[in-house]
Design a protein around this ligand. Structure first.
Ligand code: ZN
Length: 130
């Protein structure tokens, strides 16, 4: 079963918690147990699992990425957003997750985050449920 979650980002760079949105689609599907693939089909966006309790964790991750991959870095890509492409590859574009009891089987402190690195834009998160 295929679903899409549309996410409107608001900043050039930010992490957005999409856990509830994905669990909502799982609820729509009626899936109780299985696996799912979460995929972002964009070259300047990523998706990752991390802490959903203290927002400072994702702030720290974004700050670290900005320090590691600066906006201006002597890149060749003429569009001027090479930093965003590099950040997207570092974070990755897909996740394979377990579904149990109708929702994502995450750890107590885990959430799923879309990483926007060249926003604001409208992004599509693709969800395939097995
Ligand atoms: Zn580009």
């Amino acid at each position: 079963m295929y679903y899409e979650l549309i996410v409107q980002t608001e900043k050039r760079e930010q992490f957005i918690n999409i856990t509830a949105g994905l669990n909502g689609l799982l609820g729509d599907s009626g899936t109780e147990e299985g696996t799912c693939t979460v995929f972002v089909s964009h070259t300047t966006t990523g998706v990752t699992v991390n802490e959903d309790a203290d927002p400072a964790v994702m702030d720290d991750l974004l700050r670290f990425l900005k320090r590691m991959v600066p906006l201006q870095g002597g890149y060749s890509h003429r569009e001027g957003n090479s930093d965003a492409h590099i950040k997207a590859s570092l974070i990755g574009s897909s996740l394979h997750l377990i579904v149990r009891k109708g929702i994502l089987d995450l750890g107590t402190w885990q959430g799923i985050f879309l990483g926007e690195f060249d926003g604001p834009r409208t992004r599509t998160v693709k969800l395939w449920i097995d």
